[in-house]
Design a protein around this ligand. Sequence first.
Ligand code: DGL
Length: 260
Amino acid sequence: MKIGVFDSGIGGITVLNALRRRVTGVDFVYLGDTAHVPYGTKSPAQIRRLCVESATVLKSKKIDALVVACNTASSLALGEIRAVMESVPVFGMVEPGVEAVTESHGGSSLGPVLVLATRATVRSGAYGIQLRDRFSQNGWQTEVFEQECPLLVPMIEEGWVDHAILHQTIGEYVHAHRSSQPPGVALLGCTHYPWIQAAFERALPGWKVVNSAEAVVSHLGKVGLIQPTPVGLSRLQGAVDWIFSDPDAVPAFAKELVQG
Ligand code: DGL
């Protein structure tokens, strides 16, 4: 089986690596649209056009399924991507993200949920709508906040994953929530953010910071596409065909992870 993994840049590698640690006998095609990252500050129409172009490239690679490992593309262009992929099943980030938050939250006695994402994802309303629906079905009074963080993806693509400016910027984005009592659950609603999970944990003391890459693995297991191993494997599995629309724009720290 061959699974395609798509992101605007290097963020989707967090999802790809989570899959490669939990499945054997699967090969991958990774497409990072590094010529056009970031998507999160572009208009919905531009994002949809870029996603259609990338999906067309992935379709020609004869993949058996596609994981849209980009929350921005998942929030705004899943329909357009599915139309290009025709009978190839396409999975996005929002459903697994909502599942992951619901599992780690556990009820109204806990604090709020804070979705950290790109501007386009937040403005699409995708997470807010689905989380509020899920919570009202569960009878929870949990508050949902969504914070757009437009400066973070360019810093991550620049390799500034532990830079003073990054820590200060995250501090600004979360300051309204950091002292909420009780602390809540923060969802990394952008696949770039697991690269800087430690910085979010530092900025939100006591909060649970949820990384949805693992949730994607569980979701693909639940729908029967893969059979994940119960624990992570010691080595990354499967061959990867790497495609970057601008190979020179791949940051040095990510190049080290771009292996076989
Ligand atoms: N990694 C992507 C996401 O999950 C996109 C970031 C961007 O290109 O702005 O939203």
